[in-house]
Structures are given as C-alpha cells and as structure tokens.
Design a binder for this molecule. Sequence first.
Ligand code: ADP
Ligand code: ASP
Ligand code: MG
Length: 445
Amino acid sequence: MKFGGTSVGDVAAFQRVINVVASQAERRPVVVVSAMTKVTDALLAAFDTAKKGDLAGAIGMLEPHFARHVEVSKHFIPDETPNLFDTELEFARKEISDLLMRASRRSLPLSMLKDAVVSYGEQLSSRLLAEVLKSCGLNARQFDSRRLVVTDDEFGAAQPIWEETRDLVRLDLGRSIDAGEIPVAGGFIAANRAGETTTLGRGGSDYSAALFAAALNAGELQIWTDVTGVMTCDPRICSDARTIPVLSYEEAAELAYFGAKVLHPKTIKPAVDHGIPVRVCNTFEPDEIGTMVLGEAGESPSRIKSIAHKKNITILRITSARMLGSYGFMSAVFQVFERYRTVIDVISTSEVSIALTLDDTAEIEKIAADLSRLGDVEVEPGYAVICVVGNGLRASTGLAAKIFSTINDINIALVSHGASSVNLTFVVKEDSAADVIRKLHKDFF
Ligand code: ADP
Ligand code: ASP
Ligand code: MG
C-alpha cells in the first residue's frame, strides 16, 4: 500500500491512512509512504538557497514543515509514550543543517548532497507514520529504504539494482511480515553500493512500492492518492474527468510516461514483470475500487481511454542534406543525446530532417552545439505533449481524423502515431494545451 504526499499532508490525512491500513491489516500489508505534501519541494528549495550561500535562510524555510510533522505526532501519540519520532526529528534537524552547510561551502559533490538533503522528507514521514500506526494499536515497524533499495550512482534519478534490492527486501521485510508486523518504509529514497543516499526521481515513491511488491510477490499493489484512480484526463484540467475502471499495463505506462502524474512511469514495469495487479485508489473515498491496471484490458467503445499531457517541452529540429539516403545519421544524432544523458520523448523524421521533443533541457546548449556539426539546429521551447491513449488506437480507422478535426483550429507542431498500438501523441504550443485537452475530452467522453 503506497500513500502519496497528499495522503499524509496533515492530521486528517493521517487519520484516513490509519483507517485504510487498519481495514486491511489482516491482508499482511507493507506500507510505503511519500514525504508529507510540499516537503520535498521545500527541501529542494532549501538546498538551492544554501547553495547560493544563504544558510540561515535555507534552514529557516524548513521550520514550518518540521512543525507540521510535530503537530501530527502530538495529535496521535500520547505525551508519556516514548516517541522515536521526536528523536528522529532532532537528528534530522542537525544532519540537514550540516548537509546544507556543506552545500553552501561545496565541500562535497552537489548532486550527492542534494539527494542526501531531499531524502529527509521520506525518512521523517516513514518514521512518523510508523509511530502513529503503533500508537493506534497496529504492530508497525519502520524500515530505512536506503538499506533496502540498492541503486547505481545516478543521483537524482538512480536505477535500482534488482537482484540486490529483491534479496534485501525479501530478507528484511519478509521476516518482519512473518513476525506479524506491518513494515513501513519511505518511498523514493535509496542508496548506492557505497551506501550514499540516492533518490529514484520525482514521484518515485510509486516506483519503490512497485519494487517492494515485486520482491515480495504481493497479491496487489495499491497506489493510494487524492483522486479516484486514473481518470479520463487530469481532473485539474477537466472537472468532469471520470475514473477509468480498467487499464492495460501498456496503456498505463504510456499515460504515466506522458504526464499522468497519478502513476510514476516506472511503477508499471516491476509489477508487469511479476504479474502483480496494480490498483489506484483514493484515500478520500476508500470504498471506491478506483482503477485496476491489468495485463490485458478490454477496449472501450470509443477506443480512447484517456488523455495525458506534459508541459514545459522543448522541440529540437535538425535539418541536413547529408541525411538523404545515408545510413548512420540517426545513430550519430542519438549518440549526442546519449553523451549528455538526455531522454528524447517524441520523435518524427522526414527525408532531410528530424524533429524531437525534450523534457529535460539541462544540457540543451551542449547538445545543440554538438548536433550543429551534423546539420542546422533549431531549438524552440514552450510546447506541450498531448498523448491520447487507448487499446487498439493504431488499428482503428478514422480515429486520427476525428481527433484532429476536433482541434482543427490549433497548430500542431509534431505528430507521432503507430509506434505503439495504444497511443497517438502530438505537440502543441503550451498555452493552447488546456484548451485542446478540454475539446478532446468533451468530444470523446
Ligand atoms: P501522490 O502525492 O499521491 O503521489 P500525485 O500528485 O503524484 O499524487 O498524483 C495525483 C495527481 O495526478 C492528481 O491529483 C491529479 O491532479 C493528477 N493527474 C494527472 N493526470 C491524471 C489522470 N489522468 N488521472 C488522475 N489523476 C491525474
Ligand atoms: N516525495 C517525492 C516527490 O515529491 C517522491 C514522491 O512523492 O513520490 O517527488
Ligand atoms: Mg505521485
């Protein structure tokens, strides 16, 4: 059972989590928890502030967030009970100050320090939740995920090393479950082989939960959040978005990848590999089934299941006559992206040009400089990717026409269709994205 940040935001949210965990205690759950809402952002902001030299400012901005933890702890845990959370918080305060000081003095690599700082969100939330569950009579026990999930050295977006992680999880959590305990572990945080703290990328708690579920061969992976399942589009854009009862793994993966924040893109993989059903459910409406993500899902009549989108996208175009009829050109282009460890989202090619989209533009200048040796390069920020997902999309006649006629007054910068049987992806100017999504949603749902 994974609980996201919004599910552990305040006293009322913790109460909902307690109820959900208690109601399924006999199913032998493992609880994975994110940082309390806004805490990861605050830790990242504090890190940036410290990096710029304002150490006192950085430490000061975390105080209100510590106070939110204390409020929850005071509410649920009686004063006279020995409380591991208070001790943990005291240590965390000192350790975070020390790490921020190092960041301001650059006395260790910044990417390493950043992960160390940001990991306190989940370290604190998992300790707090375990103590709160205990005070409510549940046999909970906190585990430090940095001793369970082993990753490579890619700070900020580390890749788990499966076999090692699986063995540790089986040993530690398996033993705890067998002893009748409810293990509680922070998501998102991990450590490399040297024991240095790493993180799995934003939203990565879902991924941690999927790894634990796979290692333990769980009967079900439950992603508890603040909406009832995966919906026909982001409910923040269309208020009439509806819950999708069943999604295939493939559909869910495309949606997650193209911006449906409700699931982390990689969550699906460990679950698919181990045939574990995933359920996305709502802590505000715990009795609703939410969305089931299964190996195979039926095709809905319109064939479109959902519309995902991702903003802040940059288009990069390379044009070169050298591309005409030659081989190895694409490979040369891809090598540049590999060199700068930058992921390409959508790609489309013609005889003499390639257009592609990027989400992460940290290295864009170097990439453009290297690519300019291959041809003319244009970089255009300010786009959004819109991804229409549904089983059988590739095979259905007239659907693309229907999609594009719905938005015939909008300029489409790039289209990708046919690579996967479940999606049609296109790119529009960012400021028209919400409008496009609402029009499509109205037409198809
Ligand atoms: P958590 O803190 O539980 O991990 P997230 O904020 O990561 O929650 O994800 C939940 C949010 O994802 C929702 O509040 C919703 O606004 C957003 N979202 C985007 N696309 C979708 C979609 N297709 N279905 C449901 N939620 C979506
Ligand atoms: N706390 C992390 C984040 O905000 C991980 C997560 O919530 O899944 O990105
Ligand atoms: Mg999330």
